[in-house]
Design a protein around this ligand. Structure first.
Ligand code: E4P
Length: 219
């Protein structure tokens, strides 16, 4: 499974890139607004760090406006995936952009039938929002299972990005289901590394190592 980081924060992106596990980045208007930087400059800065897909979202509600904004964003680099909301206007834009070979990430997906339509329109990625479904007492991960089955029934190439991840178990379940990608907030990625037995194990090994005579420690 590919791992994207779900942030527009440059320090966080650099940090995750340094861990050697970063396959891409997703942003959204909320995440961008937190950074207090000009949108296009911020996406260009992310582009200078990350080689994999970088999602940047349009804000127009009409297909013609979405297509114009998408074309401008796509000029930043070939790895820009334009995020388009899952509406009728959005899917019209996706169809046009897919003919132009501009990558699209169809966002705010909350049902399997929406995901089917996005694949038919030619979306490169579909983003089911798991945490927001859990928030309203729906089993978010079921949506990922349903989309996975539908896409495999018909061989749609649209890649599933499990989005709105809130904790490590979401990421684990996404991998067990076989989702293509999980986009994970920075704090959740940090938690994935942690295990108390790892820390205890390192402490014990180093304590025992200290017992070795100095002359025998060189290597
Ligand atoms: C995905 O692309 C979105 O940016 C993100 O996962 C939304 O997460 P949230 O529901 O925690 O805002």
């Amino acid at each position: 499974m590919k791992i994207f980081v779900d942030t527009a924060n440059i320090e966080q992106i650099k940090e995750v890139a340094s861990w050697g596990i970063l396959d891409g980045v997703t942003t959204n208007p909320t995440l961008v607004a937190r950074e207090k930087k000009a949108f296009v400059d911020l996406i260009k800065e992310i582009h200078s760090i990350v080689e994999g897909p970088i999602s940047a979202e349009v804000v127009s509600l009409e297909s013609s406006g979405m297509v114009d904004q998408a074309r401008r964003l796509a000029k930043i680099g070939r790895n820009i995936a334009v995020k388009i909301p899952l509406t009728k206007e959005g899917l019209k834009a996706v169809k046009i952009l897919s003919r132009e070979k501009i990558m699209t990430n169809v966002t705010l997906c909350f049902s399997p039938s929406q995901a089917l339509l996005a694949a038919k329109a030619g979306a490169t990625f579909i983003s089911p929002f798991i945490g927001r479904l859990d928030d309203i007492s729906h089993e978010g991960m079921n949506l990922v299972r349903q989309i996975k089955q539908i896409y495999s029934n018909y061989g749609y190439p649209t890649q599933i990005i499990v989005a709105s991840i809130r904790h490590p178990l979401h990421m684990l379940e996404a991998a067990q289901i076989g989702a293509d990608i999980a986009t994970v907030p920075f704090d959740v990625l940090e938690k994935l590394f942690k295990h108390p037995l790892t820390d205890i194990g390192i402490d014990r090994f180093l304590r025992d190592w200290r017992g070795l005579p100095e002359k025998d420690k060189a290597f």
